[in-house]
Design a protein around this ligand. Sequence first.
Ligand SMILES: [Zn+2]
Length: 678
Amino acid sequence: MNPLLDITSLPRFSQIKPEYVEPAIDHMLAENRKRIVALLDATDAYNWDNLAYPMEEVNERLNRIWSPVNHMNAVVNTKDLRAAYNACLPKLSDYATEVGQNERLFQAYKFIADSPEYAGLNTAQKKVIDNALRDFRLSGIELNETDKARYKEIMQELSSLTSRFEENLLDATRAWNKHITIELELSGLPASVKALAKQRAEGEEKSGWLFTLEFPSYLAIMTHADDRNLRYEMYEAYVTRASDSGPYAGKWDNTPLMEKILRLRHEEARLLGFKNFAERSLATKMAASTAQVMDFLTDLANRSLPIAQADLDGLRAFAREQHGMDGLEAWDIAYYTEKLRQYKFAISQEELKPYFPEDRVLSGMFAVVEKLYGVYIREITGVETWHKDVRFYQILDRDDRFRGMFYLDLYARPNKRGGAWMDECITRKRVPDGIQIPVAYLTCNFSSPIGDEPALFTHEEVLTLFHEFGHGLHHMLTTVDYPSVAGIGGVAWDAVELPSQFMENWCWEREALTLISGHHKTGEPLPAELYEKMLAAKNFQSGLQMVRQLEYAIFDFRLHMDYDPQQGGRIYELLGEVRQQVAVIKAPSFNRFPHSFSHIFAGGYAAGYYSYKWAEVLSSDAFSMFEENGVFDRHTGMRFLSAILEQGGSREPMELFIEFRGREPQIDALLRHSGIAA
Ligand SMILES: [Zn+2]
């Protein structure tokens, strides 16, 4: 097979014009609606070939035209494209709701599940059917008419409440700022932070410097400002946003919204037959029960607390001895933490950069995956992209089978969304004449080359690249043939970060660093002394970081698990209990952190914040098998490939993990990797 053949099916980015977007989506949605009716009308004996597989195609063809639009809106945004994109969003959401509530479609999938054919389907096909039925049920399709109507009402109300929560938070964040005109008050701040604050002031035609509650501006003050009063003022404004406390007390108060959100989520869960919303959240996750999640978090907390306490004691002693500072408060922690970091590990990301030139990092990363999974990555030129800096690659396995392709868009530029992510361009699918090869977008925002010098990456950027490439491999190396469970498709939320966090481990291994680093001028390897410093700094205050994350995770989970309609949310009562259990840093009484906890009140993390730690346990434990067998042990690598990467969402993540590791996940490796246990 000619591996280049497939590039003809790639999106033609130059032909995606804003004015075509909405009509194209309208057309595809109309086609899909017609096609669904036709499939349902064609027979009353539904099976895989006449319903489930064609439905995979129906969903996939919509994704095929939406994916490049969504992608270009993120990486080469223009006013017109954004308008076209936004015009499509409600249409896509209406369509998704309509399909999710389609009673006849539900009955058709049920027919297949109940038919003799089902037993003969392969694992992935069964999973497609099971997931479809699960999702129909979770959208209330089996409720009686009265309950169905109530369910719809709840969902609409929740959607408006959560977006109002976010709006309040945005308004409260924007409302407050700190205007400084005396340079002396900026003592301690790095030049780059000052320059940004000056620019911000100029933008509002003011003299001096302007600081806002946007996170980078807030964090810079908390970390660097010598002026303790300034830190206090900023801290108070930040932790009381959208609440009944602080400088704008009561103005954008989220209290009533939070109460209503918790009440409605509980009611939704009860309607669907769950005890509480935490149980509802787990219906689509890897964790098996609310008790399992709580045991997991409590165990981690008990084992991390002594280390966190020691971290804090160390910080206190340092502040006292080196800076004559007694009685650290919440607004002093980040400041003295930074001082301690500089004192203990005088290492800066800038020092490491010359050792991580772009080409070395990329070829090294490809060599790492070649050693692990026996796949080869080659650059292909002449493929149309959306920007001249974008590169294109193909992946071949050791039998020269063509496995995947990806676009790599590394540099930050105007009109490109910040951050780093992997997205699906084309998903693997069985087609009449073979296999449709998966294609990924890998997007980062690293600094671009300056003059004749290559782009030089910080070690954090290298970690980010490995992380996103891990997601990419999950998407591209799948051998599952049905899009809804291929690659990252259908993978549980608390398991989807396994392949990505897992890849990061190689960035800390000496053997791998020899492949991915080398001075851009001399080729000299990363000096042992720098490497030692890097390792020493890796787990700086990891106990404190761990308990902070656990406080959020336990609070979120208990809020949804222990909800009692008679008593309401008891938000601060529960938070107090959780802090009693896991916090070592005492928050001041005016702190209203839940009022800005948008992950759970406005985002998808409700009763799911624990997922961050859960996935870290999986990735650490998986990597520990390489520590046991050798970080480049091919046999272990092939096992990870066949048990995890190739399987995608076609089987339960716990089953896959056990297949790879030979047992259920254990927290020991994570504790060891984060320096909490020896
Ligand atoms: Zn990720």
